[in-house]
Write a protein of this length. Structure first.
Length: 116
């Protein structure tokens, strides 16, 4: 199962929805690890250090920062980018499919736009 990090744009109720569906999900929020208000590159660097895939609704700036990081050869475990118009139900379902059915290094250097 993947280790996940949600950025500050992902509301707690979505995290609760993920955990309700999969209580063993390894997920933390930037708010819980002292990264609230930090830049995208800082959040991505922390995620890389902890080998956590970042989940974000910020499809405008996070993917660019992630591509930049990967293009420089820096570790980037992956990003799951969810546009705001995707239903929460669909987003939760897709994140769970990816988290449960993927290998930890499968998304290295990749940005996945949901829905699947």
């Amino acid at each position: 199962m993947l280790s996940l990090l949600t950025d500050e744009h992902i509301p707690m109720r979505m995290v609760r929805g993920l955990l309700r569906r999969e209580p063993k999900l390894d997920i933390v929020r930037v708010q819980d690890v002292g990264l609230e208000g930090h830049s995208d590159p800082q959040v991505l660097a922390w995620a890389a250090g902890e080998n956590r895939i970042l989940i974000t609704f910020d499809v405008n700036t996070v993917p660019d920062a992630a591509y930049h990081r990967a293009s420089e050869g820096q570790p980037m475990p992956g990003v799951f980018a969810i546009p705001w118009n995707v239903s929460w139900r669909q987003a939760i379902e897709d994140v769970l499919i990816l988290a449960v059915a993927s290998l930890p290094d499968e998304w290295e250097g990749q940005i996945v736009f949901l829905p699947l």
